[in-house]
Ligand binder design. Structure first.
Ligand code: GLN
Length: 521
């Protein structure tokens, strides 16, 4: 089997994920079946219990896996479906080995990092590689971290047993505008990699500007890599152009030559999707809790990008802290937006501010998309301000006279917090006379979820009595999944997270609908 392993050096946040994704896209465009694995050396079993503050968004897969946000990039670029098995963490590997040990699978043996942990890592990798021409593996963290050691050792062993191309992503800083690019950090980082027995075949150098030949030659000399295998990865405004930039450096051919495989990259479709000439700009306010940390909402901003490509309306996002709108203080600030989006969220902070913003969008005919918590709060806003249920709320925030949003029945029995929400893709039936149906053009959809609460079924008649609110998508078990407000240009709430299934080559219909409505406002 053939593997491409991408490691990172010098600093974190180098764009290793986007590098991995772009390389995978190029190999895929050469006619090969590609899959991608993310190794996260942290001890958490999965990303589900990690704070978006620390680690960015928790991405959700069809099978309910709560995984690192890089898997979102792989799915979006490659238009493939990944599973929990594609995210390997230290916690997951150790848990497996320890469970086996308890079952007696290693009876009589001393269980050790080498070979038991490394064997488990290799087995997990081989398992996902099955049926693919090339498997690209991204190793999270930076070479030299204690946590990465067993993984790098497993990958070193893998390179003896299989065909492996190692790519190392490093930083080439420029200390002043006139000064020359500094190659020393790269030299040191490759040295650290060599110490664990891995010699990179290709070095991808992140820098502000394109690397000059002199720097490439220096890096090649000191790291024992061919000069044409030193690839320059300068900063770009839009990550979607990275496959095109890498392709100019013929990285795909270089990898396939190493594998003795054939193929010519074909990025024509990709290139044609990226809208270069926007018809106009539209301004969207995203009102959330982690508004300063855009990585917490990565899939949403990417889905908006996909919708912008398709409509050719360039979406400018303003991230606004929900707490600003508490005490009913809706400032004139919201006037300048063509649309409002309230994303998913947990806990009570910012909830009242979001409800005020939703009221404003509903009453002023501003296109609105509410996702998960943004859907639930739209129900609360409607219950309070239209149905007259004054203290309507979600039991996530407080015990209330009118719990229009309440725990899912199965959640009432659960006490642990890891991997226990309603997770993953499931069926939703759409009403044929609805806006959501006109967007999806089908009456049966499969979308991903991550929640504990739902619309309280005891309140549905009350909510529907005014006949302006409709639940136009319902799960086969009777859970409210989609709401719309009639006589409004675009007011849509979804209990599911449409952003997790949006792809460059297949934009999520809800985001397309929102951006189109903003452009036509
Ligand atoms: N906190 C809400 C729930 O658990 C919404 C979750 C979300 O927005 N992802 O149901």
């Amino acid at each position: 089997m053939r593997y491409v392993v991408v490691t990172g050096g010098v600093i974190s946040g180098l764009g290793k994920g986007v590098t991995t994704t772009s390389i995978s896209k190029i190999i895929q465009s050469m006619g090969h079946k590609v899959t991608v694995v993310k190794i996260d050396p942290y001890v958490n079993v999965d990303a589900g219990t990690m704070s978006p503050f620390e680690h960015g968004e928790v991405f959700v897969l069809d099978d309910g896996g709560e995984v690192d946000l890089d898997l979102g990039n792989y799915e979006r670029f490659l238009n493939i479906h990944l599973t929990k098995a594609h995210n390997i963490t230290t916690g997951k590997v150790y848990l497996k080995v320890i469970e086996k040990e308890r079952k007696g699978d290693y009876l009589g043996k001393t269980v050790q990092i080498i070979p038991h942990i490394t064997d488990e890592i290799k087995a997990e990798i081989r398992n996902v590689a099955k049926g693919h021409d090339v498997t690209v593996i991204e190793v999270g963290g930076t070479v030299g971290d204690i946590e990465s050691m067993p993984f790098l050792e497993a990958l070193r062993q893998l390179s003896i047993e299989e065909d492996v191309v190692f790519i190392h992503v490093t930083l080439v800083p420029n200390l002043s505008v006139v000064g020359e690019p500094k190659t020393k950090p790269t030299q040191h980082s490759v040295k650290a990699l060599r110490e664990v027995g891995i010699s990179p075949h290709i070095i991808v150098c992140r820098s502000v500007e394109k690397l000059n030949e002199k720097s490439k030659e220096k890096i090649a000399l000191f790291t024992n890599v061919r000069v044409d295998h030193v690839i320059s990865a300068p900063d770009v405004n839009d990550i979607h152009y990275i496959p095109l930039i890498f392709n100019e450096e013929k990285i795909g051919q270089k990898i396939l030559d190493q594998f003795k495989m054939d193929g010519k990259p074909n990025l024509t479709l990709w290139k044609s999707i990226l809208c270069k000439d926007y018809k106009k700009d539209v301004n969207l306010a995203i009102v959330g809790k982690y508004a300063d940390l855009h990585d917490s909402y990565l899939s949403i901003s990417q889905a908006l990008k996909h919708a912008s490509f398709k409509t050719c309306y360039k979406t400018n996002i303003s991230w606004i802290e929900a707490e600003e709108f508490e005490n009913n203080k809706i400032s004139n600030e919201l006037d300048k937006f063509d649309g409002i989006l309230v994303p998913g969220g947990f806990g009570s902070r910012g909830v009242e501010g979001k409800i005020n913003v939703i009221k404003y969008a509903r009453e002023n005919n501003i296109p609105y998309l509410g996702i998960c918590l943004g859907f639930q709060l739209a129900v609360i806003e409607y219950a309070r301000n239209v149905c007259g249920l004054k203290n309507a709320n979600t039991t996530e925030v407080c015990d209330t006279e009118h719990p229009v949003i309440d725990l899912l029945p199965e959640q009432k029995k659960i006490s642990s917090k890891g991997g226990t929400m309603r997770l993953g893709a499931s069926e939703i039936l759409l009403d044929k006379n609805s806006m959501i149906y006109s967007l999806y053009k089908t009456d049966k959809i499969y979308e991903r979820h991550r929640h504990r609460y739902e619309v309280n079924r005891d309140y549905i008649d009350e909510l529907l009595k005014d006949k302006h609110l409709v639940f136009s998508g319902i799960s086969p078990s009777g859970l409210m999944e989609v709401l719309e407000i009639k006589d409004h240009p675009f007011f849509l709430g979804t209990q599911f997270h449409p952003e997790f299934k949006s792809r460059v080559e297949a934009v999520a219909p809800t985001f397309y609908g929102l951006v189109k409505a903003m452009g036509e406002k």
